[in-house]
Design a protein around this ligand. Structure first.
Ligand code: G16
Length: 543
């Protein structure tokens, strides 16, 4: 029986002490808080990643160091399972327990208990690939992660500075290398080549694409965007903006979605009628927009991306003669605009799940082709292995069917199915716009969004907020939902819900209504109810 290398773990753990006053939580997208307090967490995550790999017989596990859309001083870390999906949720609680073990002895005891409980065979190898975004706190956190990986004896690969979706891609390609399920070459170049080749195939013969401006949120997407720029050249002229200022400040997908306006830095850059898009800090979210002739801003968010891409795939499936064999479905969250849900349910099966890619991804796996995008622009399209086989092995009966079958195959390759990927999603959008000859305005006119508003409320303890019905209703604090219901009834087309964020120490309030002033008023009144109930300085905020 191989035992845990306790002495080595203790020696290295002592270099990364935990402050007793901080409580960490593995949330919607891993651990996320101020970068300067994450050092002990990274070490422990390194050990856990090694154990996860051993549990899965030495399959490669990914670790991404990022806080995505959060402000620059924040950082975070999340684990990626072998097919490139998020860590199995049953392990999240163990991640939280290990992160919070107070002393070296507590950590070792928790580790030993966990190894027994999870029946981990320590003689198995551990293989881990990690990467980070551009945050200043990244290098020190990666050093701590490496100590954790060394302590558990993991074989490691450093993916360097790259986007979250590239890291997910690396995990999947490393695990499928040389098998019939191979997902591509296991390198960043392999990722760029696979996606850009499929893109070029899909737009070949279409009218030349107008230049596309990308707001890179001053994040790592600028680097990968540049790689696509080099690979695509004139096929898609790309203009990169916000490439090296303060991360996510007054720019990026979250800024645009939440404030519903253009990043100020694009005001002088963007021409009327021209389309542009924003990535977030680690390039896994995408929001499009354009200015009309009066230079009025129009946003094309994750819901609009769903409507556009799902209908394109449905059309290709039909035109290939596969309509009876392949069913396309959609997954959304409570944040989906009511108009989008109405539009989509009239055409396709639609499921609503809790916020967080892991929930959407799993629900999408139940369809032959599952299209999932959160309204915030985080999402992708999943083809089940059977659907993919059916598409690839289909015998078309006409030349037209053969062409669309090839389009479908290229569409599969342009999409990063491991996780939401802003740049791959962006190329998918560009393909659909090219095929349908749509301008931003034509895409926008698929349906009209209900006016909506998203606000944050700072509360003493966000964990006091518990929800049900895919986060559409509050069960705790008791009585608050009834007050929200009473308010909502007063607004035509009103809808509002409240949920604790899993990535920031706040409670989020969403509201929509038939008219803009009403949506704003409803959001602020519901926020007022939340503040009266629980507002205050967060008890757990690290300083
Ligand atoms: C993460 C998750 C998303 C989620 C978002 C906001 O995105 O991956 O699924 O929608 O957080 O979550 P919450 O409302 O719980 O804070 P990102 O882009 O920040 O990694």
């Amino acid at each position: 029986m191989v035992a845990l290398p306790i002495d080595e773990i203790k020696r290295l753990l002592d270099l990364h002490p935990k402050s007793p006053s901080i409580r960490y939580q593995y949330g919607t997208a891993g651990f996320r808080t101020l970068g300067k307090v994450l050092d002990p967490v990274l070490f422990r995550v390194g050990v856990l990643a090694g154990l996860r790999s051993k549990k899965l017989d030495g399959k490669v596990i990914g670790v991404m160091v990022t806080a995505s859309h959060n402000p620059e001083p924040d950082n975070g870390v999340k684990l990626v399972d072998p097919r490139g999906e998020m860590l199995e949720s049953a392990w999240e609680i163990h991640a939280t327990n290990l992160a919070n073990a107070a002393t070296t002895d507590d950590f070792v005891a928790a580790l030993e208990d966990f190894v027994k409980l999870a029946k981990i065979d320590l003689s198995k190898p551990a293989r881990v690939v990690f990467a980070r975004d551009t945050r200043p706190s990244g290098p020190a956190l990666v050093a701590s992660l490496k100590d954790g990986l060394q302590a558990i004896g993991a074989e490691t690969r450093d993916g360097g500075i790259t986007t979250t979706p590239v890291l997910h891609y690396l995990v999947r390609t490393m695990n499928t290398k040389g098998t019939s399920a191979s997902y591509g070459d296991d390198s960043e170049e392999g990722y760029i080549t696979k996606i850009s080749t499929a893109f070029k195939n899909l737009v070949a013969g279409k009218a030349a694409l107008a230049p596309l401006t990308i707001d890179c949120a001053n994040g790592v997407g600028a680097k990968t965007g540049q790689q696509f720029q080099d690979a695509l050249k004139d096929t898609l002229p790309i203009v990169l903006e916000n490439t090296n200022g303060v991360l996510n400040e007054n720019c990026g997908a979250d800024y645009v979605k939440t404030s519903q306006k253009l990043p100020p830095s694009l005001e002088t850059v963007l021409q009327a009628g021209q389309r542009a898009c924003s990535l977030d800090g680690d390039a896994d979210r995408l929001i499009y927009y354009y200015l009309d002739e009066r230079r009025q801003f129009h946003m094309l968010d994750g819901d609009k991306i769903t409507a556009l891409t799902a209908s394109f795939i449905v059309d290709l499936v039909k035109a290939s003669g596969l309509e009876q064999k392949i069913k396309v479905g959609v997954v959304q969250t409570a944040y989906a605009n009511g108009s989008s849900t109405k539009y989509l349910t009239e055409r396709l099966p639609v499921k609503c799940v809790s916020t967080g890619v892991k929930h959407l991804h799993h629900a999408a796996e139940h369809y032959d082709v599952g299209v999932y995008f959160e309204a915030n622009g985080h999402g992708t399209v999943l083809f089940s292995p059977q659907a993919e086989d059916t598409i690839r092995n289909h015998k078309p009966s006409t030349p037209a069917q053969s062409t669309t079958q090839t389009h479908l195959i290229n569409t599969i390759d342009v999409i990063n199915q491991t996780v939401g990927d802003a740049l791959s999603d962006m190329l998918l959008v560009e393909i659909v716009l090219a095929h349908k000859s749509y301008s931003g305005a034509e895409w926008d006119s698929l349906y009209a969004d209900l006016p909506n508003r998203l606000v944050k409320v700072v509360v003493g303890d966000r964990n006091a907020f518990k929800t049900e019905d895919a986060e559409r209703r509050l069960v705790s604090p008791v009585g608050l939902q009834a007050k929200i219901d009473e308010l909502v009834r007063k607004y035509e087309g009103g809808r509002s819900f409240v949920r604790p964020s899993g990535t920031e120490d706040v409670v989020r309030v969403y509201a929509e209504a038939a008219l803009r002033p009403q949506a704003d008023e409803l959001a602020f009144r519901v926020a007022g109810l939340v503040y009266d109930e629980a507002g205050g300085d967060p008890v757990n905020r690290p300083r």
